[in-house]
Design a protein around this ligand. Structure first.
Ligand code: FAD
Length: 320
């Protein structure tokens, strides 16, 4: 079992930035655990190739507070940047390891994968994000259409098919623009107009408005299997069949996972202070799980704040 000063769960932007901040402050025995085969699994899985990664995500400007930062660039450039941080700061990551339990042992915590004790850490940083649990619609998805319904991008994007995208955020807008011209694209959003989409994406949607059919103010009531396609029944009585449906409804906080670890919740939000420290002393939450609407810059800054706080509150960690 590894004995660590800081054990970080999740090697996305938040976890990597926490590793960088710890290493820069001379903290020894820092280790990341990542359930995917590579770092930034969420970004690799959910961002389409060449996606523009916005620094001011959802139109919110976040001033960089710590070491990690970036300017708007492509997915591939962003992943290169993260790889360089890992190399430059000699960040140690163990891949293919899902941590799903914490157990208190004296002043430390044991990080567990099932019944296996993986590491003992004095400080734990949980940076697991929210996108492992995509939000799902309230109506059931019939078994017969399940393979036509997606909550993340499939390996191969559809071509020449009739596609419905459900959602009104940047992810829905970017996917609609990506598929416009290649597929017959429909976009269903329950509000009468977009209000969460950033300027760039609004402009892109405007440019492609001939290629995208908008169902604004539309609510889906149910899905049915119909002649090898998915029939969508809308609340207004109209129905239409599609070859595939992509839900872009965002992610949700992994409440059960965190509660099992002993993290308290109030109003469905984890109870943390302004630095991300939870009700469990020396257990910090950073990145998407620590905030309602996350972004990469927020993830970077939350890592910086947590590590700064750790050093102020627990100065002995530099000696461990
Ligand atoms: C389609 C899409 C487009 C987006 N575009 C932008 C954009 O342009 N600009 C922007 O700023 N933000 C964007 N975002 C949001 C941004 O991706 C997130 O805010 C950011 O990735 C949060 O970083 P994180 O490290 O908190 O979580 P994540 O990036 O989700 O990383 C969490 C990591 O933890 C790992 N993990 C999860 N559970 C465990 C476990 N139990 N054990 C070990 N490892 C675990 C995961 O595999 C993953 O690698 C977008 C999001 C999506 C879905």
């Amino acid at each position: 079992m590894k004995r660590l000063t800081v054990g970080i769960i999740g090697a996305g932007p938040a976890g990597i930035a926490a590793g960088v901040e710890c290493k820069a402050k001379g903290i020894n025995r820092v280790f990341l655990f990542e359930k995917g085969t590579k770092f930034c699994s969420t970004i690799r899985r959910l961002y389409p190739a060449n996606k523009r990664v916005d620094k001011d995500y959802k139109g919110i400007t976040v001033i960089n507070e710590g070491i990690c930062s970036f300017e708007t660039e492509t997915k591939e450039e962003f992943l290169q940047r993260m790889k360089k941080y890992i190399q430059d700061y000699d960040i140690q990551v163990e891949y293919n390891l899902e941590i799903n339990g914490l157990e208190k042992k004296g002043d430390d915590y044991i990080l567990k994968a099932g019944t296996f004790h993986i590491a003992e850490a004095h400080i734990v940083i949980i940076a697991t994000g929210i996108f492992d649990r995509p939000k799902k619609p309230s109506y059931p998805i019939p078994e017969e259409v399940k393979e036509r319904v997606f909550f993340e991008l499939p390996k191969e994007l559809p071509h020449g098919e009739k596609i419905l995208i459900v959602g009104g955020g940047n992810t829905a807008a970017e996917l609609a623009c990506l598929l416009a011209g290649k597929c017959d694209v429909y976009l269903s959003y329950r509000r009468p107009q977009f209000f969460r989409i950033n300027e760039e994406n609004l402009k892109e949607l405007e440019k492609r408005k001939e290629d995208i059919k908008f169902f604004l103010g539309s609510e889906i009531k149910a899905l049915e299997a119909h002649n090898g396609a998915v029939k969508v029944l809308f609340n207004d009585g109209h129905s239409e069949s599609f070859s595939k449906i992509f839900y872009c409804l965002g992610g949700s906080t992994p409440k059960i996972f965190l509660e099992k670890m002993g993290i308290s919740f109030s109003d469905n939000k984890p109870v943390i202070d302004e630095f991300g420290e939870s009700n469990l002393e020396r257990v910090f939450l950073i990145g998407d799980i620590a905030v309602k609407r996350g972004s990469i810059m927020f993830a970077f800054n939350s890592a910086h704040r947590a590590v700064k706080r750790m050093l102020e509150k627990y100065p002995n960690i530099q000696l461990l």
